[in-house]
Design a protein around this ligand. Structure first.
Ligand code: ADP
Ligand code: MG
Length: 702
């Protein structure tokens, strides 16, 4: 256990970070690496050789025997292949070796990763390339080197490559605009992300007994417990001792890996929790979120828990998301989304705000798509999470600022309001100018935007790729309009552009409650898209507007866009397919076994009672038996339909049609089957079931 007093020393002790490099690398080499990290400049081989040698030395000192290029293929998971540092020297002994070439480039067999047709199976070669801007680290006796992954032809096969491209594009466009505004000293603009991660913990033994959790990550059947989250007693509730021990251990493991885990608390649903890190540069934050998810699971296992990261593990209670806090900050330390004391006069802020509003409105469908997955579709619009409609919450103050610009009136300013709490002993606190809005999918929260739609299980890379690129596009349009404006005319010109943009995009602004039906109707009137599922949203990915956006900024080639289209659709269909097979198996085998066992006992009981007390006896037992019989009939019909429809789905060759069929037909079939399964389960005593119930899973944490 890390002692509190040692925390600052232990933080990042397994990371080859800037401090280690400064201590261990020759000065000129350190400078060269630093330049690469700061400005994204190219790294020479002699520098790489020196870094590799130092890295190896450090890694071995810290117990590593292997190294691995760590990358994020299109599976949504991370991938790694470990090589030993050992190299035989011919006399039966070995030396430990690691060259600059091995550090910079890897050649994993790419043929078994999804490529969406970018690579024929005979072209197995793929490359991984070191991302020096995300620090290497040690885990389980290996040196992990964060890398980008591409095909033999150079097409991106991962999430890091387009993310890095999008960060660069956003930086370039932002720097250009800032130059026009007179900020000549800004060389680079950084995207920053803090992603709050929600998760469930359940007893490991329970987890192992449920095929649905094992194979699909979510429960496919399960009658609700008699208690849910209606008492509102879990959010921020006292953390139970064993859970607290888990969280403590988790924090320590993350800290050692240099991940700045900061906040932890219970979430709304029973057994649900959240971890929030301090924000970091986007690609490091994305790497760290991937690692966080992995470590969460690993530490859970040690504590006899299973950590569920699925977006909707349980029906009827909240699912889990990953709030993506996003901002842009210059290398001179200016947060471009910080309104400052006088937002109405803060020209860079207003321009960036406008770029974000325009980007989110114009590219809403692909932003929606960036968070679409078979899992997350169950969450969005579920009256607990933001709806599938994208809108922006600005808060009263910013709305007033924009209104004053729009109407050409003077903005009086909000100022800080002091608030007394009615008891002398309590301090006076200053009130924020804006209340929180928990129901908005895209909310301005003081000095950043919080995109609340991303799902808990998937990488936040996609969301940020789209966000960065769309904002970069808007900045480039603003630049074109601003170019050539005289300094003294700048303010008026910016105001004019703001009005123009507001005219076009104000429909996306919404400060009200996003969970209501009224909003759904209002959004439709405003013409805002409401794309309920991945198959609904998918066509927008290959629309002209999307292809133009991504190819113009060199984030994706058209081939890369189309390959991702195929991968996403295939992945969606496969996920639902596995669910369809799993629910059938669970109902046919596990639940039916429970039904039969209980029916047998009930029948015996009914017969005995009737014999002893006459034919009107055993009313309760007879009623239960009837319920089970009715449920079994329903199950039988639903099973047959699901099995037949699953065959139809398998045979569909058009990927979009197939995914749409899984969404519209198979998921509905599964719901129908579940209805009868849950009806049976609701009357069966726990001891007849080979798997744990909702009540057991959700209310047993100690
Ligand atoms: P809440 O739960 O109310 O949304 P938290 O404080 O738990 O708020 O989380 C806020 C998240 O936003 C943290 O991860 C924090 O580091 C992050 N954040 C703060 N400032 C920025 C910024 N400028 N850019 C990106 N993320 C930020
Ligand atoms: Mg939040």
């Amino acid at each position: 256990m890390i002692e509190a007093a040692k925390l600052t020393e232990e933080f990042g002790c397994l990371v080859f970070n800037d401090k280690v490099m400064r201590q261990r690398l020759p000065k000129d080499i350190y400078k060269a690496v630093h330049k690469t990290i700061e400005n994204g400049s190219h790294l020479e081989l002699d520098v790489a050789n020196c870094v590799a040698a130092t890295m190896k030395e450090w890694a071995i000192e810290n117990g590593a025997t292997h190294f691995t290029h760590w990358f994020q293929p299109m599976t949504g998971l991370t991938a790694e292949k470990h090589d030993g540092f050992i190299s035989p020297v011919g006399d039966g002994t070995v030396i430990m070796e690691f060259s600059g070439k091995e550090l910079v480039k890897g050649e994993p067999d790419a043929s078994s990763f999804p490529s969406g047709g970018l690579r024929a199976t005979f072209e197995a070669r793929g490359y991984t390339a070191w991302d020096p801007s995300s620090p290497a680290f040690i885990k389980d006796g290996s040196l992990y080197i964060p890398t980008a992954f591409c095909s033999y032809g150079g097409e991106a096969l991962d999430k890091k490559t387009p993310l890095l491209r999008s960060m660069e594009v956003l930086s370039n466009e932002a720097v250009k605009v800032l130059k026009l505004l007179g900020y000549d000293d800004v060389k680079r603009v950084n995207t920053t992300i803090g992603s709050e991660q929600e998760y469930f913990l359940i007893d490991k033994d329970f987890y192992k007994k449920r095929k649905d959790l094992l194979f699909t990550g979510r429960t496919l059947i399960g009658a609700p417990a008699t208690k849910g989250q209606e008492m509102e007693d879990h959010y921020f509730g006292v953390i139970k001792p064993k859970v607290s021990a888990y969280m403590h251990d988790l924090d320590e493991e993350l800290w050692k890996l240099g991940i700045p885990a900061k906040t932890k608390h219970n979430e709304v649903a029973p057994s649900q929790h959240e971890l929030a890190p301090v924000f970091e540069t986007a690609n490091v934050a994305v790497d760290h979120n991937q690692l966080t998810m992995e470590v969460m699971k690993k530490v859970a296992d040690k504590h006899n828990y299973a950590c569920l990261l699925h977006e909707k593990p349980f029906e009827g209670i909240n699912g889990s998301g990953k709030h993506n806090n996003w901002s842009v900050c210059t290398d001179t330390g200016m947060n471009l989304l910080d309104p400052g004391k006088k937002p109405a006069e803060n020209i860079p802020f207003l321009l960036f705000l406008m770029a974000v509003i325009s980007a989110v409105d114009e590219y809403a469908p692909i932003l929606r798509l960036s968070v679409a997955s078979a899992g997350n579709d169950h969450r969005l619009g579920g009256n607990e999470a933001p709806p599938a409609i994208i809108s922006i919450f600005l808060g009263d103050e910013l709305a007033a600022v924009l209104r004053s610009i729009y109407e050409g009136t003077e903005y009086a300013g909000a100022g800080k309001v002091q608030m007394g709490m009615g008891a002398q002993v309590l301090p006076h606190i200053t009130k924020d100018t804006t209340d929180r809005n928990r129901t908005s999918p895209f909310a301005f929260t003081g000095n950043k935007f919080e995109f609340r739609m991303p799902g808990s299980a998937v990488s936040v890379a996609n969301a940020n790729i789209v966000l960065n690129t769309a904002v970069a596009e808007m900045l480039s349009r603003l630049y074109e309009k601003l170019e050539g404006t005289k300094e003294e005319d700048l303010k008026d010109k910016v105001n004019e552009l703001l009005k123009e943009a507001l005219d076009k995009h104000k429909r996306v602004l919404f400060n009200g409650n996003g969970y209501t039906d009224e909003w759904v109707a209002e959004a439709e009137k405003r013409g805002l898209p409401n794309l309920k599922s991945l198959p609904d949203a998918m066509p927008y990915w290959v629309s002209d507007s999307s292809i133009e956006l991504f190819t113009k900024h060199h984030i994706f080639t058209e081939e890369e866009i189309r390959s991702r289209y195929d991968i996403l659709l295939e992945n969606y269909s496969k996920s639902v397919h596995i669910e369809a097979l799993t629910i059938q198996e669970m109902v046919r085998k596990d639940l039916t076994e429970g039904i039969i066992a209980y029916e047998k006992d009930l029948t015996k009981e009914i017969l005995q009672k009737k014999e002893a007390l006459g034919s009107t006896a055993a009313k309760l037992e007879t009623g239960l038996l009837k319920t089970l019989d009715e449920a079994s009939d329903g199950i039988c019909v639903a099973l047959e339909k699901l099995a037949a429809d699953t065959k139809v789905a398998e045979e569909e060759t058009d990927l979009l049609k197939q995914a749409a069929y899984y969404q519209a037909t198979i998921l509905a079939d599964m719901d129908e089957l579940r209805k009868y399964a849950d009806m049976a389960e609701a009357v069966i005593p726990d001891k007849y079931l080979s798997y744990p119930t909702y009540g057991q899973m959700l209310f047993s944490l100690r």
